[in-house]
Write a protein that binds this ligand. Sequence first.
Ligand SMILES: [Zn+2]
Length: 89
Amino acid sequence: MSERLVTIETARVYRYGGRRYLSRSGAYYAAAREKFWLECGCEYGDAITPPVVCDDHRKGTADAEIRKLAKELSTIDAARGPRTGGDGE
Ligand SMILES: [Zn+2]
């Protein structure tokens, strides 16, 4: 008998904003990206108003800023105590 192509396993997931992430850094990156986009000043624009692109997105430095923010959010979160539903990591 050959082995199955697809198997099932239990994995830890990290929740942020109703979504599940397979890594803690992925979850914090998503949180940071959302926070960054809310505050960076970019606007989509519409049929009349042209879009506004912030300096970080124009210069391509947004990703580095988001990664920096993700680390800060992780540190802030760690000070809030253990996450619920797990082993306190
Ligand atoms: Zn922007």
